[in-house]
Design a protein around this ligand. Structure first.
Ligand code: DOR
Ligand code: ZN
Length: 350
């Protein structure tokens, strides 16, 4: 890595948590990821979900068909864990290098999660096989019990679901995805190197006030929902130090504006287009540019035991902040981009 006041050169980043969707939306959003990232862990919550090695194969083919020939970008697929998931099929998909990990959604926790897990013990045989095979488990860590306050669901998940899984399968590699709370940060720091976490740009940059500023702001609604400032500070503290257990997962989750701006709008923030520029500015604002590369390009690869990317990416800081477009136009309608509500002076050098 090279940094000066106005320029930074880092290893090309990876996005360890990304929603690419399918069809026309995927075609429209994919370039905003491969513009700045070399690999991405791709979420399986399609309709219908990516349940089997066969589904993953066909999704991979569809993704690759949308990537220009001259572009080097590796989509790393995941399977969607259900109570019916076949352990042998998971192992086969991993050994054949069709998938990199398995995603666990508690049923009803978020977008397209209704096929997820209700009775946790039912997935234990699959977790056992994954632990033996070294297949990472990626977790949406929120309980779905409606009697638990939405702001407490992540903390309760640790106590009720995650801690027992860790006790039963101490060798299972686990990524707590898109963590949002101080409890998660503390828990991950207290556990061994088999447990790590992704952090999104939006949970680093905004607290829950953003959802309600002057009215209801659907484009700041995601799950897990943005939290109080004290939690955001806990995330910032580990991210800007480049702590090895924490790495970038944008959780970029595009939804057409027409389904976000609705009486029952979808959860998800579409942040992939300028995620790197925004993060660079964020690290700069915290005088932590020297740790940006660890967060975006090193820690995740190390956790997944993958080589660091050979490619580099360079950003320069200009005198004027740049103007981001408000939305990406797709053949099905606009998708509003994440607005970080801060000036961004850093830009990728092509
Ligand atoms: O806000 C979210 N959107 N959180 C998730 O966990 C899923 C995602 C989506 O797929 O839209
Ligand atoms: Zn996600």
């Amino acid at each position: 890595m090279k940094t000066s006041l106005n320029q930074i050169v880092i290893i090309k980043p990876d996005d360890w948590h990304l929603h690419l969707r399918d069809g026309e939306i995927m075609k429209a959003v994919l370039p905003s990821s491969y513009r700045w990232s070399r690999r991405a862990i791709v979420m399986p919550n399609l309709v219908p979900p990516v349940l089997t090695s066969k589904d993953a194969c066909s999704y991979l083919t569809r993704i690759k068909a949308c990537i220009e020939k001259t572009v080097d970008f590796d989509p790393l697929l995941t399977l969607y864990l259900t109570e019916e998931t076949n352990a042998k099929d998971v192992v086969l998909a991993f050994r054949e290098k069709i998938i990199k990990a398995v995603k666990f959604y508690p049923a009803g926790a978020t977008t397209n999660s209704h096929n997820g897990v209700k009775k946790i013990k039912k997935i234990y045989p699959v977790l056992s096989a994954m632990s033996e095979e070294g297949i990472p488990l990626l977790i949406h860590g929120e309980v779905t019990d409606p009697s638990v306050d939405i702001f407490d669901r992540e903390a309760v998940f640790i106590e009720k679901i995650l801690a027992p899984i860790r006790l039963e399968y101490p060798d299972l590699n686990i990524v707590m995805e898109h963590i949002t709370t101080k409890q998660s940060v503390d828990y991950i720091l207290s556990e061994n190197s088999r447990l790590a976490a992704t952090i999104t740009p939006h949970h680093l940059i905004l607290n829950r006030n953003a959802i309600f500023e002057g009215g209801i702001r659907p484009h700041y609604y995601c799950l897990p929902v943005l939290k109080r400032e004290v939690h955001r500070q806990a995330l910032i503290n580990v991210a800007i130090k480049g702590h090895k257990k924490f790495f970038l997962g944008t959780d970029s989750a595009p939804h057409l504006d027409k389904v976000k701006i609705d009486a029952c709008g979808c959860a998800g923030i579409f942040n992939s287009p300028y995620a790197l520029e925004i993060l660079t500015q964020f690290f700069d604002n915290h005088n932590a540019l020297e740790n940006l590369e660890k967060f975006t390009s090193i820690n995740g690869a190390n956790f997944y035991k993958l080589p660091h990317n050979k490619e580099k990416i360079s950003l320069i800081k200009s005198d004027k902040s740049f103007h981001m477009p408000e939305a990406l136009e797709t053949s099905e309608g606009p998708i509003t981009l994440f607005n970080p509500k801060m000036q961004v002076f850093w830009q990728i050098v092509n």
